[in-house]
Structure formats: structure tokens, C-alpha cells
Design a protein around this ligand. Structure first.
Ligand code: 13P
Ligand code: SF4
Length: 337
């Protein structure tokens, strides 16, 4: 397997920046429940506990089916700011729940499994980033939302896969430090040639594992299909794509397009949503494109979170304060796809 390992850049302590408090466990009694019963209990508890359920597009189908809102990182961060609910249960990975907390510090933000963490978010060492900032004092730091709160607090602005190009273009500076995804960074570089972009060598193992040949094999079998890929893919995969989108970008495009077949170059679970919303169309996934961390959350764990209102995301106040500015600056730019 040809995966670049950035181990010197993995900051072990960072994964602990998501400080979570466990609620009391009341697990007994639901182990034997079927999915339908669990889903209806979740629906009841949503009203009883004044809780909203935000779900990322890579979650397993049974969790997608109980979502109040299903979306990509940018959409869910926005949804988190628009709700009146007292509690937000976030089914995704740690950085997504942290972003919801940073934007809504007064709300209870809950993640059903504290170990669901994006490995790419742990690939930036704050001390190394501080050193890089000192070396390039004229650069602005753009951090992909797939970073810890601590790294956001050191950044000038955040971006997601939906607006990386627009965010970097919006800056007045001539030099940018882009963390942590080298593939998204080099994708942005294709469209922003008037700035020097220093790219951190992080990556998403799930997307970096997708190879150009896998896409070409699918295209040979389905010649009419359009190729949609995520910007976290390798440059050679981007080169063979018809379009490059965030996950919601793929949802919107495939709905509006007259094309009826699509090759989907991202985590395979997105295809469940795509097929559900477009039953007359065909979506061909990369079977090996699985994010194991997204799969740590189960329907049982979601019910447990509704019953216990935990585990809660907690972050130091100063980090929340510093990390909110770059996130809000990005939210004001909106989507670019
Ligand atoms: P989206 O914001 O496009 O859903 O991407 C999130 C992510 O983690 C991609 O791997
Ligand atoms: Fe992180 Fe990749 Fe999983 Fe997205 S798919 S959460 S970037 S590991």
C-alpha cells in the first residue's frame, strides 16, 4: 500500500485536546433492541431532551436515517449555529464536534464515541506550526477544519473542502501557510497562482489510498459515468476527475445533473445518501474507501448519548475564544462549490 506516513508530524498529545466528560451510562436494556426500535426511541428522546442530531455524510446508513440534518463539515458547522436546541449530538469525528462547540460554547455538544477522531487532524504539532509562523511572519495561516481546536486557535482563518479556494483567494497577503492536508493544499494551489502557499505534509489516509487506476477501472466498466472526487484525493486522482467537490457538493451536483451514473471518489458511505436521494441514478463507490473513525459511532451509542446526554465536548475557554475567530471568518465567506 502506498501511503505516505507523516509520523514525525503526528502530535500525540493533540488527540487529547478533545476533552470529554462521560455522562452516566444507561446502556442496559438496549443491546437486544432492533434498529427500528432504537430509531423510534431516539425520535422520542429528541423532543424530550430538546436535542438536535447532526450527522456527517460518512456515517453508517442507520444513523443517516435518524439525522435531523445530514451534511458536510461546513453545512453542519452552520446548522450548529442556527439551532435553538439546548443539546447537539454530533455524529462525525472529533474536530467536527469541537467546531460546533467553539461556535456554540453555551450549548451542550455531545459526541457518541470520544475515540472517533480524524487522524489528519492530529498531524499538526502546535510547536512546529509556531516555528513555521515565526519563520514566515508575513504569511497567514489557513487551517482546514480537519484540525484540532488548538491549531485553529493558532490560525488566521479556517476552510473546508467546500471553500478552500475561495478562502485563500479572499486573503490580501501574498504568502499562506496551509495546514494540514497536502492534497487539498495542492488543489487550492491550482487555482491560486498569485500567492506563495507553504503546504503542511499531512493527509487523509482514506482518501490518499484511492488510486487513479481504481477510478479508471470503474470508468472502463461504466463509460457513461461522470467522475466526482473529493479534494483530499491525490493530485493524479484529481487530474482524471470531471469535478472536484466537498461531500455536499457531490450531493447537490448529482441531484441537478442530467447524468445518471457517477463514480464517487470519496468515503463510500456517501453513496448511501446519494442513492437514497436519487433512486433512479447509479453511484459507483470505491469499496476500500472507508474511514474507520467515522464507523466508531453506532446507533446504540447514539441512543446512549440521548439517554445520558454525554459524552460532552469541553474545551479550555481561551482556546474557544481564539479558535472562534478563524472559524467565523470562514463562515462569513460561505460555500465556494
Ligand atoms: P466534507 O466536509 O467534504 O464532508 O469532508 C469532510 C471530511 O472529513 C472529508 O474526509
Ligand atoms: Fe479524517 Fe479522512 Fe476520515 Fe475525513 S475521511 S474524517 S479526513 S480520516
Amino acid at each position: 500500500m502506498d501511503i505516505m506516513v507523516c509520523s514525525p508530524l503526528i502530535h500525540q498529545g493533540q488527540s487529547l485536546s478533545l476533552t470529554l466528560l462521560y455522562g452516566l451510562r444507561k446502556t442496559a436494556g438496549f443491546q437486544k433492541m432492533d434498529e427500528k426500535t432504537i430509531a423510534s426511541k431516539i425520535e422520542e428522546l429528541k423532543k424530550e431532551t430538546n436535542t438536535i442530531l447532526l450527522v456527517h455524510n460518512y456515517q453508517i446508513p442507520s444513523i443517516q436515517d435518524v439525522a435531523d440534518f445530514l451534511g458536510d463539515s461546513l453545512d453542519l458547522a452552520k446548522r450548529a449555529t442556527l439551532t435553538d436546541a439546548e443539546n447537539i449530538i454530533f455524529c462525525g469525528v472529533g474536530f467536527m464536534a469541537e467546531s460546533a462547540k467553539i461556535l456554540n460554547p453555551e450549548k451542550n455538544v455531545i459526541i457518541p464515541d470520544i475515540d472517533a477522531r480524524c487522524p489528519m487532524a492530529a498531524m499538526v504539532d502546535p510547536k512546529e506550526l509556531i516555528k513555521l509562523k515565526e519563520k514566515h511572519p508575513d504569511a497567514e495561516v489557513v487551517s482546514y477544519i480537519n484540525t484540532t481546536a488548538e491549531i485553529k486557535a493558532l490560525s488566521d482563518i479556517c476552510c473546508t473542502s467546500a471553500n478552500g479556494v475561495s478562502v485563500v483567494k479572499s486573503l490580501e497577503c501574498d504568502k499562506v501557510i496551509f495546514v494540514p492536508d497536502q492534497n487539498l493544499g495542492s488543489y487550492v494551489k491550482r487555482y491560486v497562482q498569485d500567492k506563495e502557499i507553504i503546504i503542511w505534509p499531512g493527509l487523509c489516509p482514506t482518501h490518499h489510498r484511492i488510486r487513479k487506476q481504481q477510478i479508471i477501472n470503474l470508468k472502463n466498466r461504466h463509460p457513461k459515468a461522470e467522475i466526482l472526487v473529493h479534494p483530499e484525493c491525490r493530485p493524479e486522482v484529481i487530474d482524471v476527475a470531471d469535478h472536484v467537490f466537498s461531500t455536499n457538493g457531490m450531493v447537490n451536483y448529482s441531484k441537478e445533473s442530467k447524468t445518471t451514473e457517477f463514480i464517487i471518489g470519496t468515503e463510500k458511505e456517501l453513496c448511501y445518501r446519494l442513492k437514497k436521494e436519487n433512486p433512479e441514478k447509479e453511484f459507483y463507490s470505491i469499496k476500500s474507501a472507508i474511514c474507520p473513525n467515522m464507523k466508531k459511532i453506532t446507533l446504540e451509542k447514539v441512543l446512549n448519548s440521548f439517554q445520558t446526554l454525554g459524552p460532552k465536548v469541553t474545551l479550555p475557554e481561551d482556546i474557544i475564544h481564539k479558535a472562534r475567530k478563524p472559524l467565523e471568518r470562514m463562515m462569513n465567506i460561505g460555500r465556494g462549490d
